[in-house]
Design a protein around this ligand. Structure first.
Ligand SMILES: [Zn+2]
Length: 358
């Protein structure tokens, strides 16, 4: 895999700022703060603002299911764009735009696939979507020349590293979020999940229980911020059982899977010579997948997501269930979380929009 950083990065300027005569915003503006770089775009007017990337990020790798090489370029995008894939490499040189939204989800069997009516699709988007959502990047155009996002090391880490390198740029438009107003629950097989209202931010609480002592029962709760996502979640890799690999290969899947991008579980041991990155890497990866799958809501959620044994299907069903009930959510401008003022914390009122404007 290869990653290309632009020579100039970290240009965390607000759009509309007067540019100095030499065109280099860094010559008059102090270097970005850690919060700015990590996408916490709080401005003077007490609302969070939309963000995009400070510069291009180019990544090359292989698709874990296709095994094919793919090149992906993440482009900064205007406010209101959301995350949109621009699929190139199609017959006849045509390009197709595929918005990364739940309406475009076509399959959730082993990974999350989005597509559009002519048949163009992009699969295994969840680790990239998790990185963008986790790091607070609202608007990106993802140019990709193949049908599958590169698996990189099986986690979100290389995407996060790219975002941290180019920085996050604050745009003028206020960030809009989906505020969950009442509990929404579902059961599916042995999985159970719910979204519940929350005062601020987005929290994910996941429990898994696998009948092997290599995993067993694991539970973790994470208040998702750029800092917690980068430090606690982004490095957790995808995992699979060796006994399942043959089955997948027969279906022409997992052709690119290797110990470089998957934690492989044998009968009684982890096959990867380097072992695990966290003792509970498995549940952390399930949280990573949930952050990525729920990002297909198209805006950040203000809610707590609790789930036992979630998979891509359950995460997608959760969004369907939420949006099916227009009394369960509202689209609002995101208030700055809380502000310490004169020694106390002051909440900021959010302006409500109609619930059906999704
Ligand atoms: Zn995953």
């Amino acid at each position: 895999m290869r990653i290309f950083w632009p020579a100039a990065f970290g240009r965390n300027r607000r759009r509309g700022n007067a540019m100095p005569a030499d065109g280099d915003p860094r010559s008059t503006r102090p270097s970005p703060t850690g919060d700015e770089r990590r996408g916490k775009a709080v401005n003077e007017d007490n609302v969070l603002h939309q963000t995009t990337l400070g510069d291009l990020i180019t990544l090359e790798g292989i698709g874990v299911h296709s095994g094919l090489p793919v090149r992906m370029v993440l482009h900064p995008a205007e406010a209101g764009t959301g995350v949109v894939f621009r699929r190139t490499g199609l017959p006849g040189g045509v390009e197709r735009r595929i918005p990364a939204k739940r309406e475009a989800v076509g399959a959730t069997e082993l990974c999350t696939v989005i597509g559009e009516p002519s048949g163009a699709s992009v699969s295994t988007i969840e680790h990239l979507m998790a990185a963008l959502a986790g790091m607070g990047v609202d608007n990106v155009t993802v140019e990709i020349d193949g049908p599958e996002v590169p698996i990189m090391d099986g986690s979100s880490w290389h995407f996060v590293e790219g975002i941290e390198t180019v920085g996050v740029e604050t745009l003028r438009a206020p960030r809009r979020i989906i505020k969950v107003l009442k509990p929404v629950r579902l059961e599916h097989g042995r999985s159970w999940a719910e979204l519940t209202p929350r005062e601020h931010g987005f929290c994910v609480d996941v429990e898994i229980d696998f009948p092997t002592p290599l995993i067993g029962r694991q539970r973790r709760t994470v208040e998702v911020t750029p800092s917690t996502f980068s430090n606690e979640i982004a490095r957790a890799r995808t995992f699979g059982f060796m006994k399942d690999v043959e089955f997948l290969w027969k279906k022409n899947l997992a052709l690119g899977a290797s110990l470089e991008n998957t934690v492989a579980l044998g009968e009684d041991r982890i096959i990867n010579p380097e072992g695990l990155r966290f003792p509970d890497e498995f549940v952390r990866h399930k949280i990573l997948d949930a952050v990525g799958d729920l990002a297909l809501a198209g805006m950040p959620l203000q809610a707590t997501y609790r789930a036992t044994a979630p998979g891509h299907k359950v995460n997608a069903m959760m969004l369907e269930r939420l949006f099916a009930d227009k009394t369960a959510y509202a689209i609002v401008e995101a208030p700055a979380a809380r502000r310490a003022y004169a020694g106390r914390e002051v909440g900021v009122a959010a302006a409500a929009f109609a619930a059906d404007r999704t």
